[in-house]
Design a protein around this ligand. Sequence first.
Ligand SMILES: NC(=O)c1ccc[n+]([C@@H]2O[C@H](COP(=O)([O-])OP(=O)(O)OC[C@H]3O[C@@H](n4cnc5c(N)ncnc54)[C@H](OP(=O)(O)O)[C@@H]3O)[C@@H](O)[C@H]2O)c1
Length: 305
Amino acid sequence: MLLKTLYLSLDPYMRGRMNDAASYAEPVAIGGVMTAGTVCEVIDSNLEGYSVGDVVLAGSGWQDYALSDGEAVRKLDPSAGPLSYALGVLGMPGFTAYTGLLQIGQPKAGETVVVAAASGAVGSVVGQIAKLKGCRVVGVAGSSEKCAYVTDDLGFDTCLNYKDADFAARLASACPDGIDVYFENVGGAVFQAVLPLLNVWARVPLCGLIAHYNATSLPDGPDKAPLLMRNLLTKRITIRGFIIFDHYADFPVFFEEMSGWLRDGSVRYREDMVESLVAAPEAFMGMLEGRNFGKLVVKVAERSD
Ligand SMILES: NC(=O)c1ccc[n+]([C@@H]2O[C@H](COP(=O)([O-])OP(=O)(O)OC[C@H]3O[C@@H](n4cnc5c(N)ncnc54)[C@H](OP(=O)(O)O)[C@@H]3O)[C@@H](O)[C@H]2O)c1
């Protein structure tokens, strides 16, 4: 079938695909199509089960049109809500938040949960689910505007700007009982401030390290690995990395529950929508500097009438 791209998802993992280095996925070849999740309209079809006008979730990348044999494609229900949500709260980032927090973080009512990149696609959902589970939730974000959104609109208990000079001290006073779950999206200075506050038996879902994605070498300075290892040992801390594509067998359970939370208003969601494929590279580079505010999506084309 021939697909026309309507929406294109921009996600931090794409930065890793631009490195010629061994990772969990092959890098994009020079001259190849940049990887991305897309929402597409079927323009022509010889495939059973797909008709002209259907809307599908695909992985057709940064291009206006694509041919598909139907592999790794899922039909979307246009009456179920905004189609672009399949790239965000009802798709990969929302599922990442749900799985990382609930399976690895295992939050319990009354515990303190700290969430990095708290206004973003994953972090915003993590914090809201932690609130639904009865936790005290502290967000960390890169501007006062983002922090205001995280507390006022998303309902986190508090949110701190990691760019403030006294961030580490503020985090310590915002977490008087220490930190039971730290949802790691960034690494860098935020993790440095979190580490001494982690409680005995703390859990750290290691979801992303965006502060380091543009790095070409390790930072200078003392080797802090022994400090980290001693903390892990003496406080019996679990840090577990995860890549969401290992978990898709559980997607239907997530989809059902998240759809309900969106319908009843328990989870709120914000998109940062950029117009036209031409704007994608600049928007992508901006995301690595925190210029996006919410789930970054490119609107590539209108749906046909
Ligand atoms: N493991 C998986 O399977 C999986 C799946 C999806 C996403 N992820 C990871 O989850 C993380 C969040 O992804 P997302 O899609 O939700 O993106 P996002 O949070 O919507 O956007 C990225 C945000 O990262 C923050 N950031 C950028 N540089 C930073 C730095 N040096 N220090 C601290 N924060 C920085 C910026 O927010 P501020 O303005 O607040 O700094 C930026 O807006 C990423 O690390 C991503 O790789 C992992």
